[in-house]
Design a protein around this ligand. Structure first.
Ligand SMILES: Nc1ncnc2c1ncn2[C@@H]1O[C@H](COP(=O)(O)OP(=O)(O)OP(=O)(O)O)[C@@H](O)[C@H]1O
Ligand SMILES: [Mg+2]
Length: 169
């Protein structure tokens, strides 16, 4: 299933992060990709904040590739592959241990992964429309995402300005 939204302003990105935090479950994996400055870190921060993680702790990991945030409702592992470039290997980075069904894992620059992991993940593609707005496309191929994306869409409908377009696949 696939959802698409126009995100007008950072408030809309924050709302999406908040709604995502409400529907995610232990073991979920988000693969974030898209243009430079499209809002991947902002969306991660908003999701973290919805999980009760203090905002100041969540920055785009620059020197460290993996950041653990363990004080929220669920443990959040934030990964930024930008510095690694293409063909990043999850085993070499030491990511596999985090896929134990307990952590929520969010990966920025997921297009750099050698193994795209898309079967079970929620893919989130952000794109830069202009300074004031972004577009986001969320794709969950696994069955479990259908119900969860419908809940997410209900949550997003509270924000009428975002012009949600739902495509069932
Ligand atoms: N929906 C939106 N509309 C307008 N501006 C936004 C929106 N979402 C985020 N921004 C702004 O875009 C800027 C870049 O955001 P952010 O750092 O989250 O992008 P990024 O995708 O993580 O960038 P990078 O590719 O460098 O990691 C920030 O100033 C943020 O406030
Ligand atoms: Mg970033």
């Amino acid at each position: 299933m696939r959802l698409r939204y126009t995100l007008k302003g950072i408030e809309a990105t924050n709302a999406l992060g908040n709604c995502l935090s409400m529907v995610l479950e232990p073991g979920n994996l988000f693969l974030l990709s898209g243009d430079l400055g499209a809002g991947k870190t902002s969306l991660t921060k908003a999701t973290a904040s919805g999980l009760g993680i203090e905002e100041k702790e969540v920055t785009s990991p620059s020197f460290t590739i993996i950041h653990e945030h363990l004080n929220g409702r669920l443990p959040l592992i934030h990964v930024d592959l930008y510095r690694l470039g293409p063909h990043a290997d999850i085993t070499e980075i030491g990511l596999e241990d985090y896929f134990d069904g307990k952590n929520v894992v969010i990966i920025e620059w997921a297009e750099y992964l050698k193994d795209p992991l898309v079967k079970k993940a929620l893919k989130i593609d952000l794109s830069f429309i202009n300074e004031q707005s972004r577009e986001v496309c969320l794709t969950g191929k696994a069955k479990i995402w259908r119900e969860r994306l419908l809940l997410l869409d209900d949550c997003m409908k509270a924000f009428v300005d975002f012009r949600p377009v739902v495509t069932h696949k």
